[in-house]
Design a protein around this ligand. Structure first.
Ligand code: SAH
Length: 214
C-alpha cells in the first residue's frame, strides 16, 4: 500500500508535469489537502488527477485543471477575487491562500453550507460563501480584480465582464455545455477586452437560478 506522503508527492509531480510552475500556486496546492473536499467514499482517489463526484450531481474539478486555471488567473495578495461555482470549495480554498479576499457563489444551497463549514473548520477566514446565481456576478462587492468561473457557459456572462476591474483577469470555460469547451482568459483593458484561448476542458454547465436543499 502506498502511503499518503508518496501520494502527495505524486500529486505535486503531476501538477508540475502538466505545466504548473508558479511557485505560489504549487505551494497553495500543497497546503490545501484535497482530501478535505472530497466525499469520504472517494478519499482514496483524492490525489488522483481526476474530477470526482460531489453532492447535488456536481463535481470537484481535476487538480491539474484547478492548477492551470489558478496559474492563469495571476492572483496577488492585494486581489479581491470572485469565484462562480463553489462546488466542494477546493478551488476557493486555494485562491484564499493567494488573494486578499475571496467571494465564492454557488447556486445549490447544500453545497454552500457544506463549503462554508469546511472553510470555518480549516480556518480559511478570508472566504465569503454565498447562495446566488453567479451569472449575475456579485454586484454588491464589485468590481473584482479577478473572476474565475468553474462552470461552462456559451458566452462569458455580461454582468461578470462589467464587474471586472480595468486590468483585471477572468478565466472561464466557454462553449456548448455538453461538449468540450474552451478555457479562455479575458483581460479587461481601457479599450475593451482581450481574449486568449488556453486549452480545452470539460465542466458542468452554468445553470440559471438557485436551488434549496431537499
Ligand atoms: N470550483 C468547484 C467545482 C465546481 S463544479 C470546486 O473546486 O469543487 C461547478 C459548480 O458550479 C457546481 O457546484 C454548480 O452547482 C455550480 N453552478 C452552476 N451554475 C451556477 C450558477 N449560475 N451560479 C452559481 N453556481 C453555479
Amino acid at each position: 500500500m502506498i502511503n499518503s506522503a508518496t501520494l502527495k508527492m505524486q500529486f505535486l509531480f503531476s501538477l508540475r508535469k502538466a505545466g504548473i510552475v508558479d511557485r505560489q500556486v504549487l505551494q497553495a496546492m500543497e497546503r490545501v489537502d484535497r482530501k478535505n473536499f472530497v466525499n469520504g467514499v472517494f478519499s482514496e482517489k483524492a490525489y488522483d488527477d481526476t474530477p470526482l463526484p460531489i453532492a447535488c450531481g456536481q463535481t470537484i474539478s481535476q487538480p491539474t485543471v484547478v492548477g492551470l486555471m489558478t496559474q492563469a488567473l495571476k492572483v496577488t495578495q492585494r486581489d479581491k477575487v470572485l469565484e462562480v461555482g463553489t462546488g466542494s470549495g477546493y478551488q476557493a480554498a486555494i485562491l484564499s491562500l493567494l488573494a486578499r479576499r475571496v467571494y465564492t457563489v454557488e447556486r445549490q444551497s447544500l453545497l454552500v453550507h457544506k463549503a462554508a463549514k469546511i472553510f470555518q473548520k480549516l480556518n480559511f477566514n478570508n472566504i465569503t460563501t454565498l447562495l446566488a446565481d453567479g451569472g449575475y456576478g456579485l454586484e454588491q462587492q464589485a468590481p473584482f480584480d479577478r473572476i474565475i468561473v468553474t462552470a461552462a457557459s456559451e458566452d462569458p456572462p455580461a454582468p461578470l465582464l462589467s464587474q471586472l476591474k480595468i486590468g483585471g483577469i477572468m478565466i472561464i470555460p466557454v462553449g456548448q455545455s455538453d461538449n468540450i469547451q474552451n478555457l479562455i482568459k479575458i483581460v479587461k483593458t481601457e479599450g475593451g477586452y482581450e481574449y486568449q484561448d488556453l486549452q480545452s476542458v470539460r465542466f458542468v454547465p452554468l445553470v440559471a437560478g438557485t436551488e434549496k436543499e431537499q
